[in-house]
Ligand binder design. Structure first.
Ligand SMILES: *Cc1c(COP(=O)(O)O)cnc(C)c1O
Length: 328
């Protein structure tokens, strides 16, 4: 090894765990965005990239930046629309997937899209941050690569930034290692150790958080102040059947739209005490945010949409805190 930018035993331990969870070989990075960059940065001039119109805003911003420098054709699609996405894959270099999407929680038909991509010779990569490998394993469903922001559910305690690429393909693995070594987007060994400790309780945290989320989603759907609830675990959600078929659980993220619009959404985010207003997610503590407060959030995300990241607290405490902050 010789030098810690190329590798060290603490990363190797974390990479072994991530590789076993996703069913591939993992390369750890200093953040989720560093992992995303390791996949997007090697794309050639004039690359054609198919991407969900609703996705992590940093990924979309990076694609815009690389795209304008290198004349990419970035095709933004409704990733839940399999026919539209399949048609956009014609001539593409890369299919980028988020499912469920951030923050709209749309569910893509993963087996169908990965198999179409393979048939057309299009590479595919899934950002599996929201699902975690316990709920969904895109490599087994046919993806060439998976990226993670370990910052969220995997590390789980809102105290580190970390990312990873996981793949079964030697070419992708070697490209990711080379990218990390030469660009220097390396994780700190202490962060890697903290993430390893967090992952030990992932199954317990995820079980509890998504159990809480299921209960809260039902109650929110029945509340007069809430116009719409997006959560794949709800029987009436457009993504429910797909999520039930390809996921082991429905996750811990819920998005709601307030019937009374932006003012009610901002009031909600200001008026809770257990729920923390914060932009990160996937920690043991519950957080909420009106996404359109950020100018770079997609304009097709409704103004009043509040994204809830459900933690592991007592569900009745969480509900009481939301209820007192929602308009009557
Ligand atoms: C947070 C997030 C990222 C970026 O991860 P960082 O660790 O903050 O760099 C990428 N994708 C998704 C879905 C995320 O939620």
């Amino acid at each position: 090894m010789g030098y810690a930018r190329s590798g060290n035993p603490t990363w190797a331990a974390l990479e072994d765990v991530l590789g076993a969870l996703e069913g591939g070989r993992a390369v750890a990075f200093g953040s989720g965005m560093a992992a995303v960059s390791a996949i997007l940065d090697p794309l050639p001039e004039q690359a054609v990239v198919v991407v969900p119109r609703h996705a992590y805003s940093g990924t979309l911003a990076l694609l815009d930046q690389l795209g304008s420098q290198r004349a990419f054709d970035v095709r933004r699609v409704d990733i839940a629309d399999t026919e539209q996405t399949g048609a956009a894959l014609d001539g593409a270099h890369l299919l980028w997937i988020e499912s469920p999407t951030n923050p709209m929680l749309e569910v893509a038909d993963l087996p169908a899209l990965f198999s179409t991509a393979r048939r057309l010779g299009v590479r595919s990569c899934a950002d599996n941050t929201f699902a975690t490998p316990l709920n969904q394993q895109p490599l087994a469903l046919g993806a060439d690569a998976v990226v993670h922001s370990l910052t969220k559910l995997l590390a789980g305690h809102s105290d580190v930034l970390l990312g990873a690429v996981v793949t079964r393909e030697d070419r992708v693995y070697e490209q990711a290692v080379a990218h990390r070594t030469l660009r220097g987007a390396i994780p700190g060994p202490v962060e890697a150790w903290i993430a390893l400790r967090g992952i030990r309780t992932l199954h317990l945290r995820l079980d509890r958080a998504q159990q809480n989320a299921g209960i809260l989603a039902e109650r929110l759907a029945g509340h007069a102040a809430v116009g719409r609830v997006r959560y794949p675990g709800l029987a009436g959600d457009p993504g429910h059947a797909r999520a039930a078929a390809q996921m082991n659980g429905f996750g811990s993220i819920i998005s709601i739209e307030l019937a009374d619009g932006v003012a009610a959404a901002d009031h909600l985010c200001r008026s809770t005490s257990l729920w923390l207003p914060a932009t990160s997610l996937g920690g043991v503590e519950s957080t909420l945010e009106r996404r359109r407060r950020w100018p770079d959030e997609s304009p097709t995300v409704p103004d009043s949409l509040v994204r809830l990241s459900v933690g592991i607290e007592d569900v009745e405490d969480l509900w009481a805190d939301l209820e007192q902050a929602l308009p009557l």
